[in-house]
Ligand binder design. Structure first.
Ligand SMILES: Nc1ncnc2c1ncn2[C@@H]1O[C@H](COP(=O)(O)OP(=O)(O)OP(=O)(O)O)[C@@H](O)[C@H]1O
Ligand SMILES: [Mg+2]
Length: 267
């Protein structure tokens, strides 16, 4: 009988990189359903990597692996290896709190706590036991400046975070993540609920932050991937179909399905 072998993903090796994540044979299940299939890939440090692909192809599931957010979904289960520095992220003995301190995350919908702007930024630090007011004050100023929100909020730090606009709330969530001095930022469609000006602001910030941290961003906006990502990974039905430098992937995709997706033949 003829068996059709699934072609391997076209993964262009990226030269001269320090891989921050090394993913090997990763499978992620929800119950019996396989949502991420056999993914092996390495992501470089101090670069922006975009994850693209049609709705339901597994981008968020894959992204959430890196800081073990899938732990919050009882039926989710992963096999394979995801190496971050000296840690195997999938190891059940891993200190997830320590991992999430290094690997921060931003979601599609800004999700500030219903607390003051100040308390939002210092939340993680306080949880980590930092009490000194001077230290917290300094972290608030630095983080809000990094998120380009300081000028807009310096006079209203005690006001509720919910009084901010959507774009400001997303920058506050960014400041909250940055206060923990993460080495990696995971972003799941962080600008899809924002207007073009707020989106441009976040993109500018990511390009600045990338100089000192690794960024992995899920986006439905292909122009966004083209604008800011050094590398792009295209997923289709749970598989990594193609991965490489963004310009090369967009201009000369090697896999037919990538070509079809980029030319808008399916969404
Ligand atoms: N909590 C869950 N329980 C069961 N199945 C899930 C769960 N979350 C996601 N899935 C399934 O896993 C697959 C991948 O979903 P995922 O959310 O990762 O896709 P996505 O690429 O992020 O899609 P979108 O672009 O719409 O956000 C889908 O088939 C989805 O239905
Ligand atoms: Mg998603």
């Amino acid at each position: 009988m003829l068996t059709l072998e699934k072609p391997k993903a076209s993964v262009t090796p990226i030269k001269k990189i320090n891989p921050v994540f090394q993913v090997k044979d990763l499978n992620i299940y929800y119950g019996d359903t396989l949502a991420v299939k056999d993914v092996s890939v390495q992501f470089p440090e101090r670069a922006i990597t975009a994850l693209i692909g049609p709705s339901g192809c597994g981008k968020s599931t894959f992204l959430r692996t890196f800081n073990r957010m899938n732990d919050l979904i009882p039926e989710a289960r992963a096999t394979g290896e995801v190496i971050y520095q000296e840690w195997n992220i999938l190891d059940p003995r891993l200190d997830v709190v320590a991992l999430r301190k290094e690997i921060g995350m931003l979601f599609q919908k800004p999700n500030p706590f219903p607390k003051s702007i100040y308390e939002n930024v210092v939340h993680g630090l306080k949880c980590a036991g930092v009490k000194k007011k001077a230290v917290l004050d300094e972290a608030v100023e630095i983080s809000l400046k990094q998120a380009d929100l300081w000028d807009e909020t310096r006079d209203r730090l005690t006001k509720s975070a919910l009084s901010l606009s959507g774009g400001q709330q997303q920058r506050l969530c960014l400041a909250r993540a940055l206060a923990l001095k993460p080495k990696v930022l995971l972003l799941d469609e962080p600008t899809s609920a924002l207007d073009p000006i707020s989106t441009a602001k976040i993109e500018e910030l990511l390009l600045e932050l990338m100089k000192e941290m690794t960024i992995i961003i899920v986006t439905h906006n292909m122009q966004q991937a083209a604008r800011i990502a050094d590398y792009t990974a295209f997923f289709f039905q749970g598989r990594l179909e193609e991965y490489g430098a963004t310009a090369a992937l967009f201009e000369a995709p090697k896999v037919e399905r990538t070509k079809q997706y980029l030319s808008g033949q399916f969404g």
